[in-house]
Design a protein around this ligand. Structure first.
Ligand code: SAH
Ligand code: SF4
Ligand code: F3S
Length: 441
């Protein structure tokens, strides 16, 4: 079966990774070439997210659009995967009967077979089971696109924060074995990748089987990967503060490839709210980890996720979050208004914060973090930064755009031949969302 495949991806980097693997698989097994244009596609896949209500609503509005495409071309195949699919299963078909495939985050490797069965039987196919780690054994080597790549090293999450749907949609934590991760990273490096981001919802809980028996932790994995030829920069996300142990802190002291940027979501600065969230740490414990990280890596940029308007959050609780933001000096934040997820314990908590108030707090929080980010950017002016060139700049084709170790975009004049390479750039100017610089000869 030849034809074209379009994938729209919502949600986190793990979904992005999965979508990449789905494209690799359907290219090698079903001969489908990807297209960015849904109108050109024969197979349309939507990789969904249900972490907040808004993300979930997007799914059905997008599907409504795809339904109109299918009315014109009845042989179009429409599939829904990811976390909404995992949660809703068959129910997707009731709400959107024109959907042909429903697959979960752990069954993406079965897509070619599901499409075949659909074609043979004419009946919609649903498989949202959790066949453990099987998916990674059944996927082809990832195709390299660019010099930076994601590698999922585990699936699922077993933390059960009181507000979160992820443990229900993705299942329990399962780590990919050490040898498998190593092989995937080696393949990427052979293809020219220079920066790898290891992915997991609770990535620092990785405990991969070692070839000689036993299990290794994330710090062990990082030390091994850092020894591979060609791996110049290493990131990992998302970490949970509770399981961020000494070995990982030591890795920041000893492994220069680890980027000067760590996403370590704290969610709130109020101990009362942290307890209601069942995060398992206090504000002081969080600060303590940060202090030790900064002791070994003074220039480390920290980013966090925040939930504002969690049930029961008072102005005093919120102020503690603002205080913590100042104390830690967060460089970036992904902040969200609390969204009640059906079936999670927090959905039954009293004292719902009015939406207006939550939105106001969100704006105040973002303003604070943005201000701190500007200060950090301004302090970078005059320094020389190692930049991974990702592409020609959008506005000016004679310029290149790349990213610093602390995740800032830098634009500078340079030849296209430098794309996908590491270069040194002298930072000359800090703008609100990027930096400008000059290539160091
Ligand atoms: N595993 C990661 C986060 C995954 S979800 C971690 O623990 O940090 C990404 C972010 O979405 C979370 O950090 C949280 O800030 C936000 N989030 C999760 N559930 C939410 C909900 N019900 N309402 C609002 N934001 C939520
Ligand atoms: Fe959700 Fe908590 Fe797991 Fe993150 S650690 S995915 S917030 S349950
Ligand atoms: Fe969303 Fe699922 Fe990722 S709920 S954030 S796509 S794990």
């Amino acid at each position: 079966m030849a034809g074209r495949l379009h994938i729209t991806t919502l949600g986190c980097q793990m979904n992005e990774y999965d979508s990449g693997r789905m494209a690799d698989l359907l290219r090698s097994e079903s001969g489908l070439e990807t297209t960015a244009d849904p109108e050109q596609a024969d197979v349309l896949l939507l990789n969904t997210c249900s972490v907040r209500e808004k993300a979930q609503e997007k799914v059905f509005s997008l599907l409504g659009r795809w339904r109109r495409l299918k009315q014109r071309r009845p042989d179009l195949v429409i599939g829904v995967g990811g976390c909404v699919a995992s949660q809703e299963g068959e129910a997707i078909l009731q709400r959107a009967p024109f959907v042909d495939l429903v697959f979960g985050p752990q069954t993406i490797h079965r897509l070619p077979g599901m499409i075949e069965q659909l074609r043979a039987s004419g009946r919609a196919q649903v498989d949202v089971s959790f066949p453990e780690i099987e998916k990674f054994d059944r996927l082809p080597e990832p195709r390299v696109a660019g010099a930076a790549a994601f590698v999922s090293i585990m699936e699922g999450c077993s933390r059960f924060c009181s507000y979160c749907i992820v443990p229900f949609t993705r299942g329990a934590e399962i780590s990919r074995p050490f040898a498998q991760v190593l092989a995937e990273v080696e393949g990427l490096l052979d293809g020219g990748v220079r920066e790898v981001t290891l992915l997991g919802q609770n990535v620092n809980a990785w405990r991969g089987a070692l070839p000689g028996g036993g299990h290794g932790d994330l710090a062990t994995l990082i030390r091994h990967l850092a020894r591979l030829n060609g791996l110049e920069r290493l990131r990992f996300t998302t970490s949970h503060p509770l399981e961020f142990g000494d070995a990982l802190i030591d890795a920041y002291a000893e492994v220069p490839q680890l980027a000067d940027y760590l996403h370590l979501p704290v969610q709130s600065g109020s101990d009362r709210i942290l307890a209601l969230m069942q995060r398992g740490y206090t504000r002081l414990e969080y600060r303590h980890k940060v202090r030790r990280l900064r002791a070994v890596r003074p220039q480390l940029s920290l980013s966090s996720d925040f939930i504002v308007g969690f049930p029961g959050e008072t102005e005093a609780d919120f102020r503690q979050t603002l205080e913590l933001i100042a104390e830690v000096g967060f460089d970036q934040s992904f902040s969200f208004v609390y969204s009640a997820r059906p079936g999670t314990p927090a959905a039954n908590l009293p004292d719902v914060v009015p939406r207006e108030l939550a939105l106001e707090r969100l704006a105040r929080l973002q303003e604070r973090v943005d201000g701190q980010a500007r200060t950090i950017s301004a302090a970078m002016v005059g320094s020389v930064q190692r930049v991974l060139v990702e592409r020609p700049a959008r506005r000016n084709p004679r310029q290149l755009a790349g990213r610093t170790s602390n995740m800032r975009w830098v634009n500078f004049d340079g030849p296209a031949g430098l794309v996908h390479r590491f270069v040194d750039v002298h930072i000359t100017e800090a703008l609100p969302n990027s930096l400008r610089g000059r290539l160091v000869a």
